[in-house]
Write a protein that binds this ligand. Structure first.
Ligand code: CP
Length: 317
């Protein structure tokens, strides 16, 4: 595949190949050999029209550790702020013979659109409420490094599903790897059409988090999602207090989870709203692999750049 726009672009073999290469990249990092010559002469532009800490910095580090020339741009500071259109902006960058455009944008579908306009490889670094495929890959990497093969493992994804590109990409990648997925949200944060979608893609939905944690399949991992208040123009219902009571990973819920499975993992893509969807007790507990996820992000993004760019002729060739 030339682009990475959706998690659905990747077959099981391709996901496993990316995760296997990421494991090798991680081993290289552990040996303190940070710089590989693999992408020398390649240019990677990270264009972030929406804010980011983890994704932007890890793509930049990943590119640099592979010896690519990486350049970071954001909406503020680019001519987007003068009214230049997305098409003119990306075609301008493309005309500089770049090899890859890593794009984050607040519009769902923006990356697919950009891929029609440029001949560089386009990597979706999060588009609106649509998808965040490299997040799902780094989550799968983290889960796999703790649990081994994900076939038959039970992952519970909890929170603001309506606005979550992390959830959408994770459901696809986890199902691709054979995991059993349950998604939990208050009715007001369940995406419309999820009943048909969950039936078609084979995942379970629920409103009652305590019931999911206490009965049925034992969770191997619980992934807490950020409540995305910046995307809630119509207000946030339930209230923050009600949300925490019903859906937060509080200390009693963490205790209940670990009583059922002492090896259960707690994930969060970040940035966390501590005290809202996740308590400090849970975020900082031994079960939490939040910083493992961040660390995996570099190795996985090195691997994605490798699979998309290495071996291709390159714009500079
Ligand atoms: N998880 C994630 O995408 O974080 P950032 O918004 O900080 O990149």
């Amino acid at each position: 595949t030339r682009h990475l726009l959706s998690s659905a672009d990747l077959s099981r073999e391709e996901v496993e190949a990316i995760l296997d290469t990421a494991t090798e990249m991680h081993d290289v990092q552990r040996r303190q050999v940070k710089k590989l010559p693999t992408l020398r002469g390649r240019t990677v532009i990270n264009f972030f029209f929406e804010d980011s800490t983890r994704t932007r910095s890890s793509f930049e580090i990943a590119g640099k550790w592979m010896s690519a020339d990486t350049i970071n741009l954001s909406a503020k500071g680019s001519s987007t702020s003068k009214g230049e259109s997305l098409r003119d902006t990306v075609q301008t960058i493309n005309a500089m013979a770049v090899d890859a455009l890593v794009i984050r944008h607040n519009a769902s579908g923006a990356c697919q659109q950009v891929a029609q306009w440029v001949d560089a490889s386009v990597i979706n670094a999060g588009d609106g409420t649509h998808e965040h495929p490299t997040q799902a890959l780094l989550d799968a990497y983290t889960l796999r490094s703790h649990l081994g093969d994900l076939d038959g493992r039970h992952v519970v994804i909890v929170g603001d599903l309506t606005h979550s590109r992390v959830f959408r990409s994770n459901v696809i990648t986890l199902k691709t790897l054979g995991a059993h997925v349950t998604v939990v949200a208050p009715p007001t944060l369940m995406p419309s059409g999820i009943a048909d979608w969950s039936k078609a893609d084979g995942f379970a939905t629920a409103w009652d988090l305590d019931e999911v944690l206490a009965t049925g399949d034992v969770p191997d991992a619980v992934m807490m999602l950020r409540v995305q208040r910046e995307r809630m123009s119509g207000g946030f219902f339930p209230t923050p207090r009600e949300y925490t009571v019903g859906y937060g990973l509080t200390r009693p819920r963490l205790t209940a989870l670990l009583a059922r499975n002492p090896l259960a993992l707690v994930l969060h893509p970040g940035p966390m709203n501590r005290g809202l969807e996740i308590s400090a007790d849970a975020a900082d507990s031994a079960a939490s692999v939040v910083l493992d996820q961040v660390s995996a992000g570099v190795a996985v993004r090195m691997s994605v750049l490798y699979h998309l760019l290495a071996g291709s002729e390159g714009a500079a060739a």
